[in-house]
Design a protein around this ligand. Structure first.
Ligand SMILES: [Fe+2]
Length: 195
């Protein structure tokens, strides 16, 4: 059984100076591709020729689920990022976040707090539930919104491997800088799918 191998949507130096070339390279090659190698190993000998990560996430458990989810989460994480200052949030997403959280700044503060306070390793997401309501979700380890029927719009990786090379243990410094490289065009596209 095979699945599509991850592809980084930009060059290793694209997120400088917020995330260094070395950090992106290590994160992608050692961690993201590492999960892909582990999943390939776990799937050896399986009869099905080709499978989607989404399907594996919705139908598997244990190590297969964990590695498939980590690959999918990282794909989504990279898509959420772009060159410093390249994009800005659309007016309709800004309005929706303001309506749900009181203001866009309050949304950012609550998202940052959730990411700062998540104990150990994991991911913090902006998702829409099945009614389209926007929510901030903290998910430990390899958890993925697809497992819970939630539709993701934005994610930040708060595993230590995401920031340690550039920010050491200062997760909050990473988060504050991370906002400047969010790819609002991608996030806006996810938002347009839920309406
Ligand atoms: Fe990661």
């Amino acid at each position: 059984m095979t699945f599509d191998l991850p592809v980084l949507p930009f060059t290793y130096d694209a997120l400088e100076p917020v995330i260094s070339q070395e950090a992106v390279k290590t994160h992608f090659e050692k961690h993201h591709l590492g999960y892909a190698a582990k999943l390939n190993k776990l799937m050896e000998g399986s009869a099905t020729a080709k499978v989607s990560l989404e399907n594996l996430i919705k139908t598997s458990s244990g190590s297969i689920l964990n590695n498939a989810a980590q690959i999918w989460n990282h794909n989504f994480y990279w898509d959420c990022l772009t060159k410093l200052g390249k994009t800005s949030i659309s007016m309709n997403l800004h309005a929706a976040l303001s309506e749900e959280f009181g203001s866009f700044e309050t949304f950012r503060e609550r998202f940052t707090s959730a990411a700062s306070e998540l104990f150990g390793s994991g991911w913090v997401w902006l998702v829409a539930d099945d009614t389209g309501k926007l929510q901030i979700e903290s998910m430990p380890n390899a958890n993925c919104p697809l497992e819970y029927g939630k539709r993701p719009l934005l994610v930040v990786d708060v595993w230590e491997h995401a920031y340690y090379l550039d920010y050491q243990s200062e997760r909050l410094s990473y988060l504050k800088s991370w906002w400047t490289i969010v790819n609002w065009d991608f996030v806006g596209k996810q938002f347009s799918k839920i309406n």
